[in-house]
Ligand binder design. Structure first.
Ligand code: LMR
Length: 327
C-alpha cells in the first residue's frame, strides 16, 4: 500500500472541516492509498487545528497513517505530494472574489516559496483560496522553476458541478445525464460554462432546453452562484467546495474514462489563444497519474468565443494588478 502526503491549508476553516474527514476516509485517493494528513494554518490557529486533529484521530480511519497540525510550513509541507491551498480570507456579501486579490495575494507568495522549498519532487498543488486562478499564478511564480507548470491547478470544479446540476434540473434529468459541460476562464463572475458543446440526456443542451434560457439565465446563475450562497447562508460555500476539491483531485489521479472531460484551471500552454502562463479553466483529460492534457479541437462558435475572450481579458487584468508579486 502506498502513502500520499497531503497538506490542507486553512485547516480550521469551514471548507477544511468538510474536506478533512473525507480525505481521511479515503474518498480522495481510493481504498489502496494511506494518507499522511498535514493540517496547516496560521500559528494563532494551531491550537484549534489540534482539536481537528483529535477528531480525525477519534474517527479511527483505517487509511489514516498519520495526522498532524502545524503553523510552520517547513514542517507541514515537508515532502508533501499534494498541497491543497484552502487558507485565505473569504469574501463577504457584496464583494467580488477579485476584491480579495491584494489581501490574499501575499499568502500565495509564501505558499509558492514553501512548496518549492519543502514539497516532494512530484508535488501537485490545488489553489482554492480566492481569487483562485490568480492566486495560483502568484504561487507558481513564487515557486520559480523548481515546480513545473503542469503541477499547478485551481478549482473551477465547483462551477462545473453547479452548471451540471442546474442544467440537469432544467431538463428534468439528473446530473449524471449531463456530459461535456466545461468551464472556461476565471472562477469569477465572468466564467463561461460552455453549453454549446454540452449534452443532456444524449441531446445537445440547446435542444434539451431553450437556447434563450441558456444564454440569459443559466450563464449568470452559474457565475453568481457563489454570491447567492453567501447571501443566503451568510458565509461562503463549504461542503459543496469540499465536494468539488474531492472531484478535482479524483479526476486528476484517475484516468479520464471514455471521451469524458472535466474542468480545472491550469497554466495555459497557449491553447485556444489563451496567453501562455495565464491560469485559465479548460476542459481536461487526465492520464491518471495527476497529469493531464487540455482537450484540443473543441469547437467554439462566435458566442462561445466572445465569452471565453471576456473571461480571459479579466484574468489578464488580474495578472496586471499583481504584477509586483510575480517578480
Ligand atoms: C464559491 O464559488 O462558492 C467560492 O469561490 C466562494 C465565493 O467567494 O464565492
Amino acid at each position: 500500500m502506498s502513502t500520499v502526503r497531503v497538506v490542507v491549508t486553512g485547516a480550521t476553516g469551514q471548507v477544511a472541516y468538510a474536506l478533512l474527514p473525507r480525505i481521511a476516509a479515503g474518498e480522495m485517493f481510493g481504498p489502496d492509498t494511506e494518507i499522511d494528513l498535514r493540517l496547516s494554518d496560521i500559528p494563532a490557529m494551531v491550537e484549534k487545528a489540534k482539536g481537528v486533529v483529535m477528531e480525525l484521530k477519534d474517527g479511527a480511519y483505517p487509511l489514516l497513517a498519520n495526522v498532524s497540525a502545524s503553523g510552520d510550513r517547513a514542517e507541514s509541507h515537508h515532502d508533501a505530494d499534494w498541497v491543497l491551498l484552502v487558507g485565505s480570507v473569504p469574501r463577504g456579501p457584496g464583494m467580488e472574489r477579485g476584491d480579495l486579490i491584494r489581501k490574499n495575494g501575499p499568502i500565495f507568495v509564501e505558499e509558492g516559496k514553501a512548496i518549492a522549498q519543502h514539497g516532494s519532487k512530484n508535488v501537485r498543488v490545488v489553489v482554492i483560496g480566492n481569487p483562485c486562478n490568480t492566486n495560483c499564478l502568484i504561487a507558481r511564480h513564487a515557486a520559480g522553476d523548481t515546480v513545473p507548470a503542469d503541477r499547478w491547478t485551481a478549482l473551477t470544479r465547483l462551477d462545473q458541478n453547479r452548471a451540471v446540476s442546474l442544467l440537469a434540473a432544467k431538463a428534468g434529468l439528473r446530473s449524471k445525464d449531463v456530459a461535456h459541460l466545461a468551464i472556461w476562464g476565471n472562477h469569477s463572475a465572468t466564467l463561461y460554462p460552455d453549453f454549446t458543446n454540452a449534452t443532456v440526456g444524449g441531446k445537445p443542451a440547446d435542444q434539451a432546453v431553450e437556447r434563450g434560457w441558456l444564454e440569459t439565465e443559466f450563464i449568470p446563475a452559474v457565475q453568481q452562484r457563489g454570491a447567492a450562497v453567501i447571501a443566503a447562508r451568510g458565509a461562503s460555500s463549504a461542503f459543496s467546495a469540499a465536494q468539488a476539491i474531492l472531484d478535482h483531485v479524483k479526476s486528476l489521479v484517475n484516468r479520464t474514462p471514455g471521451d469524458e472531460w472535466f474542468s480545472a484551471a491550469v497554466v495555459s500552454d497557449g491553447s485556444y489563444g489563451v496567453e501562455r502562463g495565464i491560469v485559465s479553466s479548460f476542459p481536461l483529460r487526465s492520464k491518471g497519474d495527476g497529469s493531464y492534457d487540455i482537450v484540443q479541437g473543441v469547437k467554439l462558435d462566435a458566442f462561445a468565443r466572445s465569452k471565453v475572450e471576456a473571461t480571459i481579458a479579466e484574468l489578464e487584468k488580474e495578472r496586471d494588478i499583481v504584477k509586483d508579486l510575480l517578480a
